[in-house]
Write a protein that binds this ligand. Sequence first.
Ligand SMILES: Cc1cc2nc3c(=O)[nH]c(=O)nc-3n(C[C@H](O)[C@H](O)[C@H](O)COP(=O)(O)OP(=O)(O)OC[C@H]3O[C@@H](n4cnc5c(N)ncnc54)[C@H](O)[C@@H]3O)c2cc1C
Length: 627
Amino acid sequence: MSELETVKIPDIGDVNDVEVIEVLVSLGDTISKEDSLITVESDKASMEIPSPAAGVITSLLLKTGDRVSQGSDILVLDVAAASDTGGSESAAGSDSSSAKDKSDTQEGQSAPAASSSESKPAEKALGGNSDAKPVSTDSSKSVASDQDRQSAEEHYELVVLGAGPGGYTAAFRAADLGLKVLLIERYPDLGGVCLNVGCIPSKALLHTAAVIQETRGMAAHGVSFAEPEIDIDKLRSFKEDVIGKLTGGLAGLAKQRKVTVAQGFGRFQSSHVMAISASMPDEDNDQAPRLVSFDNAIIAAGSRSIRIPGFPYEDERLMDSTGALQLADIPQRLLVIGGGIIGLEMGCVYAGLGSKVTVVELSDGLMPGCDRDLVRPLEKRLKKDFENIFTGSKVTGMESTDAGLTVNFEGGKAPASDTFDRVLLAVGRSPNGHAVDADKAGVDVDERGFISVDSQQRTGVSHIFAIGDLVGQPMLAHKATHEGKVAAEVAAGKKSYFDAKTIPSVAYTDPEVSWMGLTETTAKEQGIAYEKGVFPWAASGRALSMARSEGMTKVLYDPETKRVLGAGMVGPNAGELIAEAVLALEMGADIEDLALTVHPHPTLSETLNFAAEVAEGTVTDIYIPKR
Ligand SMILES: Cc1cc2nc3c(=O)[nH]c(=O)nc-3n(C[C@H](O)[C@H](O)[C@H](O)COP(=O)(O)OP(=O)(O)OC[C@H]3O[C@@H](n4cnc5c(N)ncnc54)[C@H](O)[C@@H]3O)c2cc1C
């Protein structure tokens, strides 16, 4: 006897009119309760819709590309047939293997979480973990062979390639979930660009520069300090010490979690084998690489500074951000090519230490892409702190001379040529996708070196994930760490997705600039309706007491629902303050929530509260004439 039941889209929160991007079942399939039926994707996330019951599919009522909402029909299920076929929640082994179970598997065996490209969703009842279901992968791209696997000396459930913030986070999370993990890093220290030559050293030096600038500003308060004496060796050691504490801490954390760390250059040999060489590919090396096989892999190889061809790179006075952070000396005159975040941060460091800094930027303004009203106060301050800012200008050539690096310019107000003691090239970063032989594993890498992934961080090969800088913009450490956790959890059989509503951006310049969610620039470009509340820091008691009245906080919201859409800030600590706006966006807060939340006084955090009050028309700290 048949007992037919129409399965419909359940209440899935605020998801409405979303696209079906994948149908995961076929007519005639026997399915268990909670088996995923389809994947839908909104602008916020993709999610799988589970079956409310076990049964046999007698009719499919939608296809890929259809748009659905709560209550739309998905399929018809013969629930009576489930008992005939044994398809039920307790079907042989399905859903029963936990991450702990996986850690108990023998080395060399494929763990249940392996979800190797050979294991299709329908095979999960044979002992696979149903949680580890590919979203949109092409398993035919896997080029593994048993012979390949046998050539390896060791086997891991998860191999992570690259120990930056994305890679070490993924490795640690996976180990915490019970997987046997190998973390491969070419350098002796863990932490990648962020800890060794990026976020952390730059912030250590920026703090020093900010204190110097602040003491200079104290003259206006009637307190004068002598010009600072800078012991550059001591400053460098302070920075190295900060790095050492953090990278040493990571090594300890890896040990505590029993994550095996391999120092060497890793490259795919096939879709299930990684070759680790002791030296870089361009170095002579007779040693045979160490071969390790894996069930899952996460590519976390990051990015590197972009070079402009034709510059004299053999001259150590031409630096990238890594060179600039080495702090070889304090040049009298420094040219920074590129007025983006990294260039301006390093410019602030050297200006604070006493260099005369010139910035040249191709676009018409600094920090292209960021709202102009946020950049303006920064630009005004930098015009005082820097020797020159040339926007709409480019460098057309560079030559090493005894006097320094002689640079030719074109466009804007830049001179035809000038000579600098050092030049920092900070024109962006390019992903390392091409450097790991991903093609040998069947993973597609685009011509720029980016690897595409789905919302579970899977590449086109279902057991190989990619995270961090090499999967796309924004190239930020906090994006990499969150992606790393998702990839690790999916590899361990969990149903995790990367569905952050926003990734905040911060320039740790002086003043700091931060933004999140919708920007006015994007809203205008894309015709998105918005309204905004703006609060000038000139009316903030805390900002005035710090003599930093140039700041500003704005919040963008939906004119109809009043929901927060975005926010931007400029001023000291803007990088810390933006987190509250990010939480508001993630929680679906509206402008009234922000306006009615009591903030401590006097703080800079009040400025977000006041910006929301401006939007609400309830602000009393400034006067807004009635419209
Ligand atoms: C000067 C500077 C300042 C920055 N400041 C900030 C900031 O304030 N906030 C922020 O969020 N972001 C900042 N960033 C960006 C941030 O550093 C990156 O977004 C982040 O490090 C990316 O993490 P990841 O894990 O993707 O890769 P990475 O940190 O690049 O790590 C990749 C790792 O993989 C290793 N690797 C690569 N290929 C191989 C291979 N074949 N075999 C073995 N190992 C390999 C590399 O050696 C490296 O250790 C800054 C960057 C720079 C350059």
